[in-house]
Design a protein around this ligand. Structure first.
Ligand code: URA
Length: 218
């Protein structure tokens, strides 16, 4: 994965910071979830990703491999990512809780609270322009008290980031009718990215041309 960045920082600086977080997550015992898990799933992807996906928590397959979204829901997520012209290597994927809840039960508020610092730090390092929340639990980080059935697929600006709430991809595996909804909602990520790219082009075009350097005569 290309970890070099355009922000003037040392190449791999962000990758190193993310590795440090991953090591801390692997050793984390701040809630009880680690007791029933095989391994932690800190999250992975491009340290310079423009788009970050936040799921709920690791499932069976993720717990085995230590990687996010590698089971059936992950295969669907990969398809969705490709449908907007991106690859998995372009994005960063993380979860609200980093250890698998027993029998895939919903994460408890205390577990989400204990794990929040890791996700906060990942977001601070990556500074994505777009965050896609997958499911209710990550939606709650940004839109507490809202209902996913009302706000799915509607990008909203939160501070300096666009947040796009989506149904969890696993929902489509349980309820086939949601598949089209998720596919349609996903196109909103492309819409936001195109808009951001246009804004950036317009800003660059408005900047004064740099003075031409005078040729030095020997
Ligand atoms: N579901 C999630 O929310 N996260 C994963 O990593 C896998 C499945």
């Amino acid at each position: 994965m290309d970890a070099s960045g355009p922000d003037g920082g040392q190449p791999n600086e962000r990758a190193a910071a993310l590795r440090e977080i991953a090591a801390a997550v692997n050793a984390c015992t701040d809630c009880d979830l680690y007791k029933g898990a095989t391994r932690a799933v800190p999250g992975e992807g491009n340290p310079y990703a423009e788009v970050m996906f936040i799921g709920e928590g690791p499932g069976f397959h993720e717990d085995r491999l230590g990687r996010p979204f590698v089971g059936p829901a992950g295969q669907f997520l990969d398809q969705l990512i490709r449908s907007i012209g991106l690859e998995r290597k372009d994005v960063f994927i993380a979860n609200v809780v980093k250890h698998r809840p027993p029998n895939n039960r919903d994460p408890l508020p205390s577990e989400i609270a204990a794990c929040k610092k890791w996700l906060d730090r990942q977001i601070d390092i990556i500074r994505p322009r777009v965050i896609v929340t997958l499911g209710r639990y990550s939606m709650n980080r940004y839109f507490p008290g809202q209902s996913i059935s009302r706000i799915h697929g509607q990008p909203r600006r939160v501070g300096d980031v666009w947040v796009v709430p989506m149904y969890h991809p696993a929902a489509a595996l349980h309820q086939a009718s949601l598949r089209r909804t998720i596919e349609t909602d996903f196109q909103q990520v492309r819409v936001v990215l195109d808009r951001l790219a246009k804004e950036q082009q317009a800003q660059q075009a408005a900047m004064p041309e740099p003075e031409p350097q005078q040729m030095r005569l020997l």
